[in-house]
Write a protein that binds this ligand. Structure first.
Ligand code: LRH
Ligand code: MN
Length: 448
């Protein structure tokens, strides 16, 4: 255990025995051991990239600016409909969730904002919450509404839908909830509302497919009308679940049509797990970029359904190909392209902090590798239909081990060269287990 460091971040809730993995001194102390080794690895990679006409320091600068938002619901242990097996020292409220998010940001340097989910993160005083986040070095990204669960004492049930329900009173309630989310988001400094609804049908004929979509457009237009002028509405599509035959906003086509119908502040959010296996997601990204409607991402990975696994854990090449489309669009100077990068994962068997750190690093890796693509060369091979050299040009970037570059960018941001080792050495989780006794009876089903 590293020597206790001066100037520990004295949050009243900070666990007593452990080192605080958010403290700069603690991170600098733990970096000291790895710094020299990193310097030689970085120099070696620098020499290799120089031969490819790439300046590693300029690249390190750009990689150091990459950021992805954390899902507040991702710092607790997730589950499935079968069971949830709570982990040690779980955050018990949104304030503790932010403290765990601050650990991820302190150690990776790449997650300065948190995306809240309401009412899961509802609290008495959003001013206090904003101040608490500020003290932790965090801000807020898009807020997420929730009309896919009934809350205790709720007047109208969402069993048969929310914004598209056949009963106006239910749609009314769902619209009102989204307006509440916007008001809360404004207090926190958010600039976007992520709108995902589970509305749909389990059987053919159960729902009128066209009328349900018209009801969606009508309800969403009322939410859109309440958006502050500098806000975005991020429409999230999903192929299935909880509806198992038809989902109103089932695919990027339904989402794009809605965004085009609603107006310029309405954009499409791509959750990587919301597609059938083998769907070409980077192609969907290219189309939404073309339409000027790419608003953001929920990054995760999956093998079968909406598995919400750690980003880059199953198909890292696909993740690279998504960033390749984004970096190519930047290179082509596509205007107004600033998608909100957010993680949306469910950590059922790992320490959520470790998974979120790993995923932030995998996204930064995919972004860094996309910056290594020789786009002039690639365009030449594409134009001359040299298929092999074209695909090898991408593979060369993807197979470049950029680990020293990522670590150096973290070190320069005051983050950890080795976030996982630094986190585990701090004993943070064990200390949280002492300080946050597990809530009784936690192993029921459900994603959070
Ligand atoms: C739906 C979803 C959506 C969130 C929820 C936690 O599957 O991806 O983004 O509201 O997960
Ligand atoms: Mn999502």
């Amino acid at each position: 255990m590293p020597a206790p460091s001066r100037g520990r971040l004295t949050l009243s809730t900070t666990p007593q025995s452990a080192a605080d993995p958010r403290s700069k001194e603690y991170i600098t102390a733990s970096n000291r051991r790895a710094s020299a080794e990193l310097a030689s690895d970085y120099a070696l990679l620098g020499a290799q990239l120089k031969r490819r006409g790439i300046d590693i320091d300029a690249l390190c600068q750009r990689v150091g600016e990459f950021a992805v938002a954390l899902p507040s619901w991702g710092v607790g242990t997730g589950g499935t409909r079968f069971a949830r097996f709570p982990g040690l020292g779980e955050p018990r409220n949104v304030f503790e969730k932010l403290e765990d998010c601050a650990v991820v940001h302190a150690l990776t340097g790449a997650t300065p904002r948190v995306s809240l989910h309401l009412p899961w993160d509802a609290c008495e005083d959003y001013g206090a919450l904003k101040a608490h986040a500020g003290k932790l070095g965090l801000g807020f990204d898009a807020v997420n509404s929730n009309t896919f669960q009934d809350q205790r004492g709720q007047a109208q049930s969402y069993k048969f839908g929310s914004l598209t329900h056949t009963a106006a009173a239910v749609r009314e309630q769902a619209v009102a909830h989204n307006l509440d989310c916007i008001r809360i988001g404004q207090q926190l400094g958010s600039k976007a509302l992520t709108l995902w609804i589970g509305d749909g049908a389990n059987f053919p004929g159960q729902q009128h497919l066209a009328r349900a979509y018209e009801r969606y457009l009508d309800s969403a237009a009322r939410i859109y009308a309440a958006l502050p002028s500098d806000w975005r509405l991020l429409i999230e599509h999903k192929m299935y679940e909880p509806a198992f035959y038809a989902t109103v906003i089932q695919d990027w086509g339904s989402s794009l049509l809605a965004a085009q119908t609603l107006g310029p502040q309405a954009l499409c959010l791509v959750d990587l797990g919301h597609h059938a296996p083998n769907v070409n997601i980077e192609m969907i990204v290219a189309r939404l970029v073309h339409a000027g409607k790419l608003g953001g991402f929920h990054f995760n990975d999956s093998k079968y359904g909406d598995d919400d696994l750690d980003a880059g854990s199953i198909d890292p090449y696909r993740l690279f190909l998504v960033f390749n489309e984004l970096t190519d669009a930047q290179w082509r100077r596509v205007p107004e392209l600033r998608p909100a990068h957010m993680l949306d994962q469910s950590h059922n068997v790992t320490d959520p902090i470790e998974s979120l750190m790993g995923s932030a690093i995998e996204l930064t890796r995919a972004y860094a590798q996309s910056l290594l693509v020789d786009r002039e060369q690639l365009a030449a091979y594409q134009d001359s239909n040299d298929a092999l050299l074209a695909t090898q040009t991408l593979k060369r970037a993807y197979t470049t081990d950029v680990a020293p570059l990522l670590a150096r960018a973290r070190e320069l941001r005051g983050a950890a060269i080795d976030p996982l080792a630094t986190y585990r050495a701090s004993g943070y989780r064990a200390a949280c287990a002492q300080r946050r006794p597990a809530a009784a009876g936690g192993s029921g089903g459900g994603i959070v």
